[in-house]
Design a protein around this ligand. Structure first.
Ligand SMILES: *Cc1c(COP(=O)(O)O)cnc(C)c1O
Length: 405
């Protein structure tokens, strides 16, 4: 667990006045560096040794800084947590083996049987499975509201709940939730707010500054950005992070040091990547809206988006994810997708390379056709994760593929 415990770090954005572009490159690394290395090393050691029992005991009890065993904490993993903590502006952070471990450990670490959760129908497919299958089995009631009906969500919250779970923008239809408004409603009801910020990244949106108590990421996506490592991370107040960290250190879904090293390295270019992906995605969304083969485009940066005003208020950029539906439905999608030369047809997103897919094989692979229909996710939707390639090349690629639509 990484905590702002007065380390002589370059981070702590509020106090240093450094911008995210600088912090992403430099912050959070000092404690992990050794032997005058300018880079954070991969510390592949299961345990950390002590010369005397008193120091060992003090470290184990958290009375002094240090590592004991890599399932609990590790220097490389701590550098990753510290970088994200600083970029999200949280007091503490902890990490996980995957994004779903971040989601599940947060929910199981904070909830007890008899608790009620309010969330929405459009959460990530795996998260939705926790809500409809696993949590009810452990005696936790979950109410899933209409994602875009903020009044209905507020009413459900006002009936009383322990936790409100938000995700914005959503996967795969890019719906936007008003984080400040719903956090205020949750706090009135005495509930804790958790926001999945995977699609926005800390560069485009900081849920903690908008009132959410906790923010989590699938680091596998934009934070890692190169589609080669899995991870998850959670930031927020030390007291809440400690609870979830304790659940994670005991149940064991800890991040691997090699994954953490890849993440630290990738985070250095996060600002450059996200800026480019924001620009590319907006240009592609605008182009798609003008194509006769395209029925609808979902992108929060378009003025036509249902909650463009909310997105403009709470986001600094609209992100690299968009989705669109083609006239001709699933049959047209099956003809067009294989013709794309500059998009991997794969389940991942947020990488430097453009990826395309359909919800049935990507975000909502965990759900049945009926479950997807109930969530309002059309089978003929294309999810398009925009990379950092030249935007002219990407548009030309879509254009030649659409010729068969
Ligand atoms: C991918 C994803 C997750 C799950 O992350 P994994 O790293 O695949 O476990 C959670 N939330 C969102 C929004 C995602 O896109």
């Amino acid at each position: 667990m990484s905590k702002d415990a007065g380390r002589s770090d370059a981070g702590r954005s509020g106090r240093t006045g450094l911008s995210p572009a600088t912090l992403a490159v430099r912050a959070g690394e000092d404690a992990a560096r050794a032997h005058r290395a300018t880079q954070v090393p991969v510390v592949y050691s299961a345990a950390f040794g002590y010369e005397d029992v008193d120091t060992w005991v003090d470290t184990a009890l958290g009375r002094r800084e240090g590592h004991i065993y890599t399932r609990n904490t590790n220097p490389t993993v701590a550098a990753f947590e510290e970088k994200v903590r600083i970029l999200e502006g949280g007091e503490a952070a902890t990490s996980f083996a995957t994004g779903m471990a971040a989601v599940s450990n947060t929910l199981f670490g904070l909830l007890t049987p008899g608790d009620r959760v309010v969330s929405v129908k459009d959460t990530y497919g795996g998260t939705n499975q926790l809500f409809v299958d696993f949590l009810p089995r452990w005696g936790v009631e979950v109410e899933l509201c209409d994602t875009t009906d903020f009044g209905q969500i507020e009413a459900a919250i006002a009936e009383g709940c322990r936790l409100v779970y938000l995700e914005s923008p959503t996967n795969p239809t890019l719906k936007v939730m008003d984080i400040a408004r719903l956090s205020a409603a949750a706090h009135e009801a005495g509930a804790v707010v958790v926001t999945d910020n995977t699609f926005a990244t800390p560069i485009n949106q900081n849920p903690l500054a908008l009132g959410s108590d906790l923010v989590l990421h699938s680091a596998t996506k934009f934070l890692g950005g190169h589609a080669d490592a899995l991870g998850g991370v959670l930031c927020g107040p030390a007291e809440l992070i400690k609870k979830v960290y304790h659940y994670r250190e005991i149940t064991g879904s800890s991040m691997d040091p090699m994954a953490a090293w890849l993440m630290v390295r990738s985070l250095k270019t996060l600002v450059l990547r996200v800026q480019r992906q924001n620009e590319n995605a907006l240009a592609i969304a605008r182009w798609l809206s003008e194509q006769p083969q395209v029925e609808a485009v979902n992108y929060p940066g378009l003025e036509s988006h249902l909650h463009h005003d909310v997105a403009a208020r709470q986001m600094r950029g609209y992100g690299g994810m968009l989705s669109f539906s083609l006239r001709g439905g699933f049959a047209a999608v099956k003809r067009v997708l294989p013709r794309l030369r500059l998009a991997h047809l794969a389940a991942n997103l947020g990488a430097v390379e453009t990826l395309a897919g359909v919800p049935a094989t990507t975000s909502h692979v965990e759900c049945t056709v009926e479950e997807r229909a109930a969530m309002g996710i059309p089978e003929g939707l294309v999810r398009y994760s925009v990379g950092i390639e030249d935007v002219g090349d990407l548009i030309a690629d879509l254009d030649q593929a659409f010729a068969v639509a």
